[in-house]
Design a protein around this ligand. Structure first.
Ligand code: BGC
Length: 718
């Protein structure tokens, strides 16, 4: 799209801009910003994000030209499985250049021309013929605006956040031309910038994959229908460079083939540019790699929205995945705007009758109700946001939608049993990708109903309102006990996830908790110290064990080398978190290519336990005005640290063990108050005496503690 105009240098100029599909704007040949894949992903029938850019510096004296490239993106291109043109049949632009009062808005006085980009699709890839002359200027077609609101947005954009150089390249055999296979050494989300020496008109293909097959070739079966290929026709002789603008892939390996003499690539990491907000480290190198995988997993799946995966023909804002991972994401990046934006997407996706689909934005995947955990994201993620950032404005804005959903759920479960097998309707995804363990859908449903009621009651109280949800929770808990507790006081369902939910959501009488904890640990032990949990149980499993006297069992799960367990993928070279515990095994090779992503963050939810339990720092009040330091030492570790940036500065918990002597360094930022609890043993250093309860109350500042650890059954002490 092109608009020529006259102006004076130095004159103030602001560009307000959005589009259906994607846009990249240039003023007099200069990019107006460094954002990528704008305007990001929202449901344009509900809302579309408008950016404002101060472009005064780019204005020249006399003739000026504003050019905007358009491409398919989410609104027009393929989204999820095989579908195109979900929202529009062609890309469109809305822009307004304000030249100090005089406004040049998109309309019939604009022109357009074709470029050499022949295809640009998020799932399929980009094709660019650099020999193609740009067409002459053509008239534009004025189309109806989308139904959604235009909303000014200045949240973090997608950017190129890092460049990754290959760690290796192999020349592969081919019957003509050349074929080079580059290894970036890291699964990333993004594109490559290629530099090639070749002749004008020569064709170069770029194919992408996360992993290699047994023959050392790209394994692309798990991408399903996502072609994930870029094509480039060289525009001149000699050395040239190209980087696709309007696509992204999830990959570690990229293969360049075609007629060229030599080629180099660099990986360009794309994602919403979120500030680092925390971190974790310890003396176990495998767990440090796990942390890195968790971080890369989030970076790869935070692209305008939180996605399930960035590589196959899916890449959707799956709500259950976000619910599982967000508490860990807070330890990595500042998600305040990012999550608030997606909560808007979620309420936009909500149906008239209050139900919440399992993806947001929803391109029409055909499910109105996400079912337990997935639909509950509307309450859980709002609560997570509030706990983390203490931001009541977001709660106030979103609470009506969350209540509408919860009221509907309660109405659908007149006896407080959600997803009752005797009632019609969708029963949810269950404990997705669990291992040889079934958890009844009505147990999951009822547990989540009770917990959503509790969380909604918290949110209401934070707003100073008294809603019906505290009471509703009590009824749901009573219903849970009636249906799922036997007369012997054990759970009718033996699965680990059933036990984890009952304990984490506090659904059984206190006196029965030890029995349930024992049953959970026994099941883990019987399986050879292996978990059986899927997306629902895994995020809570470790903390349930550690907080209920079985930290030893949690540590054994973390130490597990085989699958299911966190170390197994790392032993096999993983640099991100796998969707499935057995995505690849030596015995069976790759799992079902129909569902086998190597970059799915849900099981990375263990990151929260690493920071909050192993390092021992957690937020106990919204926004971190209250903190609790209570480390539980992991046997064999010599040191461990977690830190997080809060409004008043950095909170940090850091410990080291030297010959059974435990040193704990605590940092409490301004505006926070902390409670410190030390592991059992003889205290040898304390900055001030503890209270009668044995806990230390600490205001802002830095404190050192030391304890001779008690030799415990876990072998923690000397
Ligand atoms: C996605 C998941 C999602 C699930 C629903 C899958 O296809 O990749 O991560 O939560 O469907 O169960």
């Amino acid at each position: 799209m092109v608009r020529e105009f006259r102006a004076k240098a130095g004159q103030p100029a602001t560009l307000r801009i959005t589009g259906l599909g994607l846009y990249d704007a240039y003023l007099n040949g200069h990019p107006v910003c460094d954002h990528r894949l704008e305007p990001g992903w929202t449901d344009p029938t509900k809302r579309l994000h408008v950016r404002s850019h101060d472009v005064s510096d780019l204005i020249r004296d006399g003739a000026n030209v504003l050019e905007v490239m358009l491409a398919d993106g989410w609104a027009v291109g393929h989204v999820a499985q095989k579908r195109r043109q979900v929202w529009r049949d062609r890309p469109a632009l809305w822009a307004e250049l304000d030249l100090g009062g005089e406004k040049l808005a998109t309309g019939p006085d604009w022109s357009c021309r074709r470029t050499g980009i022949l295809e640009a699709d998020l799932l399929m890839g980009e094709s660019y013929d650099a020999t193609m002359e740009e067409s002459e200027l053509l008239p534009v077609l004025v189309v109806d605006p989308p139904a959604g609101r235009l909303v000014e947005y200045d949240g973090p954009p997608v950017r190129a956040t890092q460049e990754v150089l290959p760690i290796g390249v192999v020349e592969k055999g081919t019957w003509n031309g050349k074929r080079l296979l580059f290894d970036l050494g890291q699964v990333i989300t993004g594109v490559v910038r290629a530099r090639v020496v070749g002749g004008k008109g020569a064709h170069v293909s770029l194919r992408h994959a996360e992993v290699l097959d047994a023959k050392g070739e790209l394994y692309t079966a798990n991408l399903r229908t996502a072609r994930a290929e870029d094509h480039w026709t060289l525009g001149a002789d000699g050395q040239q460079e190209w980087e696709p603008r309007f696509t992204f892939h999830g990959f570690r390996y990229v293969e360049l083939s075609g007629e060229f003499e030599s080629a180099e690539v660099v990986g360009i990491v794309l994602g919403t540019d979120l500030l680092e907000s925390g971190g974790f480290e310890c003396s176990d190198p495998v767990i440090c790699q796990l942390w890195s995988n968790i971080d890369w997993g989030f970076r790869g799946n935070a692209l305008s929205i939180p996605t399930d995966c960035p590589q196959r023909d899916e890449r959707l804002g799956w709500t259950g995945d976000a619910l599982a991972f967000m508490p860990t994401a807070f330890w990595l990046r500042d998600c305040r705007e990012f999550l608030a934006k997606w909560l808007e997407d979620l309420t936009d996706a909500q149906r008239e009758d209050g139900s919440v689909p399992p993806v947001a934005p929803d391109p029409g995947i055909g499910l109105d109700d996400g079912g337990p955990a997935w639909a509950d994201a509307i309450v859980f993620c709002l609560h997570q946001h509030w706990r983390q950032y203490g931001d009541l404005d977001t709660v106030r804005r979103m609470a009506p939608a969350a209540r509408r959903w919860l009221d509907r759920e309660l109405a659908q479960a007149p006896d407080f049993i959600r997803c009752h097998p005797g009632r019609a309707g969708w029963k949810g995804f269950g404990d997705w990708v669990s291992i040889n363990a079934e958890t009844p859908h009505d147990l999951i449903g009822t547990a989540f109903l009770a917990e959503s009621c509790r969380l909604m009651a918290d949110l209401d109280e934070a707003l100073g309102e008294k809603g019906p949800y505290r009471e509703a929770r009590e009824s749901a808990v009573a219903a849970f006990q009636r249906r799922f507790l036997t007369s012997d006081g054990i759970l009718a369902s033996p699965s680990q996830t059933s036990h984890v939910l009952a304990l984490a959501f506090d659904l059984v009488p206190t006196e029965l908790r030890p029995k349930l904890v024992q049953a959970l640990a026994d099941d883990i032990g019987r399986r050879g110290w292996k978990l059986s949990t899927g997306f629902i149980g895994t995020p809570l499993l470790m903390s349930v064990l550690s907080e209920n006297g079985r930290h030893d069992a949690a540590c054994r799960l973390l130490a597990q080398e085989d699958w299911p367990g966190w170390r197994f993928p790392i032993r096999h070279g993983a640099t991100t978190i796998w969707e499935r515990w057995d995505g690849w095994t030596p015995e069976k090779g790759f799992q079902d290519p129909g569902m086998n992503s190597f970059n799915h963050y849900a099981f990375g939810s263990v990151g929260r336990w690493l920071c909050e339990t192993a390092a021992g720092l957690r937020l106990t009040e919204p926004g971190g005005s209250g903190l609790r330091f209570a480390p539980q030492v992991v046997p064999g570790w010599e040191h461990c640290r977690a830190w997080q940036r809060l409004a008043g500065g950095v909170a940090s918990a850091s410990w080291e063990v030297v010959d059974g002597h435990f040193h704990f360094f605590v940092q409490v930022p301004a505006g926070s108050h902390a409670v410190v609890s030390l592991p059992p043993g003889e205290v040898t250093e304390e900055p001030f005496p503890p209270g009668l309860d044995g806990l230390y109350q600490a205001g802002p500042g830095s404190y050192d503690f030391a304890v001779w650890l008690e030799p415990g059954p876990e072998g923690l002490g000397p």
